[in-house]
Ligand binder design. Structure first.
Ligand code: NDP
Length: 245
């Protein structure tokens, strides 16, 4: 909904990924002034539409729309973002169909890089419902010892320096510096921040961090494309769950 430029880029990338994967998709670019009832009616229609296995509402929604109400309106079996409380609860108990795309992408990067999480000190900076919290839970399911940090955390650098695996999901450009990272640590930068010069940068200061990290993800690149890839994976999974033809 609306004209958020970042959202428009994300939606375009998702549409393109669907085309590349051969997944049928429909896009509804709703004007800013669309009412909540109109949005809920569209979600209800798509919940019932048999040829649709996954529904994603690109966040953020405009201020007059209640995000929770919208998320709760999506059929949990079609909730390919895994934001519905039913899916959040399933992740908590470790029995899930869908995993939120960004944390799932981080786990895939770790796995594909041959890094074993078992017994590792994992520090997640950020506790949002879409990244930090599910990220911590997935690392825990992979047998990491997990610490979650946030804006009220004391001695943050002390915590980050203890991390074998450090995930930054803060939303502040270049927030994690090299001297906050343990020698040889795996550093995963979820942040996507647009600077005044229009360049994208992460939450980790790459130049200083790469000198100490054993492995590190860049921004752009790194986690961003993985998020879209995991959305495609969830959508295929949803087609199986829903028996969509
Ligand atoms: P939120 O703003 O929802 O959460 C940010 C978190 O960072 C909060 O938990 C906040 O703590 C914490 N934080 C803020 N300041 C500090 C500080 N000084 N010290 C420690 N912690 C702090 O952001 P999101 O989780 O939605 O996104 C985080 C970043 O990831 C953003 O840059 C976003 O653009 C990016 N992103 C990237 C995606 C991708 O595909 N790669 C997908 C989604 C997000 P508190 O809870 O106390 O306020």
């Amino acid at each position: 909904m609306g004209e958020d430029p970042a959202s428009q880029v994300y939606v375009r990338n998702k549409e393109r990924a669907c085309e590349e994967c051969g997944i049928y998709s429909e896009k509804y670019a709703l004007p800013e002034e669309t009412t909540q009832d109109e949005l809920l009616a569209l979600i209800d229609k798509l919940n019932k539409q048999e040829n649709i296995s996954g529904i994603l509402v690109q966040l953020p929604v405009p201020a007059h729309i209640d995000e929770k109400t919208v998320i709760n309106a999506i059929d949990p079996k079609k909730d390919v973002d895994a934001f519905h409380p039913v899916n959040v609860g399933k992740i908590m108990v470790g029995n899930y169909d869908f995993v939120p795309c960004t944390p799932a992408g981080v786990m895939e990067l770790i796995k594909e890089s041959g890094i074993d999480v078992t017994g590792k000190e994992c520090v997640v900076v950020g506790r949002s419902n879409i990244v930090g919290k599910p990220q911590a839970m997935l690392l825990l399911h992979s047998n990491g010892t997990v610490t979650i940090c946030h804006s009220k955390t004391k001695d943050l650098a002390e915590k980050t320096k203890a991390a074998d695996i450090l995930v930054a999901a803060v939303g502040i450009p270049n927030f994690i510096k090299g001297d906050m990272i343990k020698e040889g640590a795996v550093v995963i930068d979820v942040g996507i921040n647009r600077l005044e010069n229009k360049k994208l940068c992460g939450d980790v200061e790459f130049e200083s961090a790469e000198k100490v990290a054993g492995a590190i993800t860049p921004v752009p690149g790194g986690v961003g494309p993985m998020t879209v890839a995991m959305l495609m994976k969830n959508t295929v999974r949803a087609a199986v769950v829903n028996g969509t033809k």
